[in-house]
Design a protein around this ligand. Sequence first.
Ligand code: GDP
Ligand code: IMO
Ligand code: MG
Length: 427
Amino acid sequence: MPAVVLVGAQWGDEGKGKATDLLGGDVDYVVRYQGGNNAGHTVVIGDQKYALHLLPTGVLSPDVVPVIGNGVVIDPGVLLSEIDGLAERGINCDRLLISANAHLIMPHHKAIDKVTERYLGKSKIGTTGRGIGPTYGDKISRMGIRVQDLLDPGILGQKIEAALTEKNQILTKIYNRRGLEPAKILEEYLGYAERLRPHITDTSLVLTRALDEGKVVLLEGGQGTLLDIDHGTYPFVTSSSPTSGGACTGSGIPPNRLTRIIGILKAYTTRVGSGPFPTELLDEQGEWLRQTGGEFGVTTGRNRRCGWFDAVIARYATRINGVTDFFLTKLDVLSGLERIPVCVAYDVDGVRHDEIPMTQTEFHHAKPIYEELPGWQEDITGAKTFEDLPPNAQAYVRALEEMSGAPVSAIGVGPGRTQTLQLRSLV
Ligand code: GDP
Ligand code: IMO
Ligand code: MG
């Protein structure tokens, strides 16, 4: 039965939270499959605004079971405060399931994330400082501490001790920081264990059984295609696989169960942190997009870098993820422009590239080749159907669809749950 993947098609913050929430009424499970509290997904329901970091957006739909898959890295203190924050607002998270195989973000991961960034100086990645990279690093090095270790105080103590034997050397001898105290960390994490215990389970088993029973599972990516560790703008990426392949490894659902891959695509482009961004606007037009689109980070509050739509990237996202449908967000933000430039290819040192260049150096040199599409002046935030859009807005959507290589099946015309034009069913 259907397992639907929702992936960011650009550099994150495309509106995944809103898209996942929209599907909440049609699905039984919503699964986060990678990333951690580097993510910031905003959902607006009526006059209430929610910012979710670790919790799957499904927590906001009472009939959905939210699941944190094995591919996620969990800061248990942050998770519990997110749960408590929602409880204060009347949202119950008792049904949350957490994979026993997910990895834990530990205090030394956060400390190392911050010092290594400082050490990189001008070459820094601009991470969120949440310990994401060091936690995934330890996972791959087979030194990680997992959620299931919380269930065995003896093992947890041994693993913390072993980790700090190495990490304290790094913190004190290389970075001149204070070492961390294993006993204190053990006590802190055993406290978290008590509260998390009822949620911990074999989520891969739960999800594949649910699919066998005909239930609908939605896999919600954090970050975006260009931040993928393999397929993104390395090294200016996150340390996991937000692309659709990661949905399988990060949830334990096999590839042949996936039925739809929905790419979330913003009608223009943003990015947070360092790294190449060919269509970036460093002038007043970029500032206009930032202000009009409210492009300020949900997690770190940083200004998002803004630029025009890049069709080369959208086509790449279609290819890497196997996108079957696009959810085009924030079309309303572009109202009021005379003409809207769209990047159709790059000029790299005098040579036209219709695809992302092979090397990092070439990508850093990429200059956008623009085509200009006619704009529209009308406010479209009240539109209910595609036909309600002004002809030039309709033509903009059709042009993006043509350039991006997959049909646009939904369009966002505002942040609210109801401000969506659905062109065809997504589940
Ligand atoms: P995510 O990380 O992909 O979930 O995206 P974020 O929540 O970080 O950023 C998207 C922002 O755009 C949020 O503030 C959303 O409320 C908002 N948003 C989503 N879709 C639309 C839309 O169609 N129009 C407008 N104006 N805002 C939107
Ligand atoms: P959502 O889920 C935008 C960026 C950081 C940095 C790089 C690496 O809201 O789309 P990390 O802390 O992950 O090691 O930082 O990735 N980044 C995001 N940018 N949206 C996100 O999440 C991001 N999560 C990480 O800014 O450039
Ligand atoms: Mg975000």
